[in-house]
Design a protein around this ligand. Structure first.
Ligand code: GN1
Ligand code: MG
Length: 350
């Protein structure tokens, strides 16, 4: 079915004038639907190979957006399907959903320290807002940010060598670079097993471009809620810095230009702690510098495993795209690791 036919299955207002691509997510297909009515819409095809339980995914989103709206905060509004009343439509093969396009909002691929401070406040507040949600949310991708699982998946990819890429000398070198840190990076799972680290409702995809800003640099709301699920707070803290504190984009081939920006870290950490201090435990706070290293590491492992598997997960624009992303994230990981003492000192100071 064509996007135009699909959007008409939802209770939208007005007539559709134009449909065009929107944003640059790596998983779903996103379209902007312009109408002659009061609202324009975002039409998305949910990647069902990755999100296998769309019913649960939309349940999480419906509960979270209702809870946030009840607290008077801005969030995404999903439009029900006319026939079923559910916030998604499926023909058994494809899964689609529609939300209201938020006007006068901007997304960014990079942010300055001032915007990072606002982002920190917003994500801390987002987690605080969801801390008392009465519904039970499930893991839309089970063990999504479980580093032990991601490490295991890398080992399986290496063993299976489906795309024959283990023969590339650089691939072997990257593997040797990553392996010595594996145990250290799996610390969160150990703390969890020891009962020292809680899971909370987190966003789990706090890339810079998953936030809507107004023209003053304030956060209007957090978008891309597919991965909203119980996780460690490290997810939101670490993944924001992974994208925002990198001096270049996550897929920039200019590896020698990769660095971890302390000014962004400090601004974000300050904002985050201002709003999240009310619920964070000492262990969570103490480990925020670890989170800043964990996420480049985990993303390197994920991009790398996908490259070795023959690029089956992330959308790629050219054959070496996942390898380029891996090099970049490995460089960012090392840059962040080198700054852990500075990060610790800053967290202690505030
Ligand atoms: C994916 O959908 P998008 O592009 O916002 C991925 C994230 C990665 C990110 C890397 C469900 O996010 O976990 O960090 O790409 N989402 C999923 O850019 O795997
Ligand atoms: Mg996105």
């Amino acid at each position: 079915m064509e996007p135009l036919e699909i959007v008409k299955l939802f209770a939208i207002k007005g007539n559709v004038k134009e449909i065009k691509p929107l944003g640059n997510g790596l998983i779903n297909d996103t379209l902007l639907v312009k109408t002659d009515g009061p609202d324009d819409y975002v039409l998305q095809r949910i990647n069902n190979a990755i999100f296998q339980d769309v019913e649960l995914l939309q349940h999480n989103i419906d509960c979270a957006t209702a809870h946030i709206r009840k607290k008077g905060q801005m969030t995404l509004t999903f439009i029900p399907c006319k026939e079923t009343g559910k916030t998604y439509w499926t023909d058994g093969t494809e899964y689609w959903r529609v939300s209201i396009f938020i006007k006068n909002a901007f997304t960014f691929e990079t942010v300055n320290p001032e915007y990072s401070y606002y982002a920190g406040k917003a994500f801390g507040a987002f987690e605080a807002m969801l801390a008392d949600i009465p519904d039970t949310l499930g893991e839309t991708i089970p063990d999504f940010h479980n580093m032990e699982l991601r490490a295991r998946q890398l080992h399986e990819a290496v063993k299976a060598d489906k795309a024959g890429r283990m023969a590339e000398p650089e691939v072997k070198a990257i593997l040797e670079d990553l392996l010595p840190y594996e145990e250290e990076m799996c610390k969160a799972e150990r703390l969890y097993r020891e009962g020292k680290l809680p899971k909370r409702i987190c966003h789990c995809d706090t890339k810079v471009n998953n936030m809507l800003f107004n023209d003053k640099g304030e956060i209007l709301c957090v978008i891309d809620l597919d991965t909203l699920m119980p996780s460690f707070v490290f997810s939101d803290f670490g993944d924001f810095l992974r994208t925002a504190a990198n001096t270049v984009a996550e897929d920039s081939p200019e590896v020698d230009k990769v660095d971890f920006r302390m000014d962004i870290f400090e601004a974000f950490a300050k904002g985050y702690l201002e709003s999240a201090n009310v619920f964070l435990t000492p262990i969570e706070k103490e480990n925020l510098p670890y989170a800043a290293c964990l996420f480049p590491y985990m993303q390197a492992v994920r991009f790398f495993a996908d490259y070795i598997n023959g690029d089956t997960y992330y959308k790629i624009k050219y054959p070496e795209h996942n390898l380029v992303r891996t090099r970049n994230q490995v460089a960012l990981f090392h840059a962040a690791m080198a700054k852990v003492p500075q990060m610790k000192a800053f967290i202690e100071k505030i």
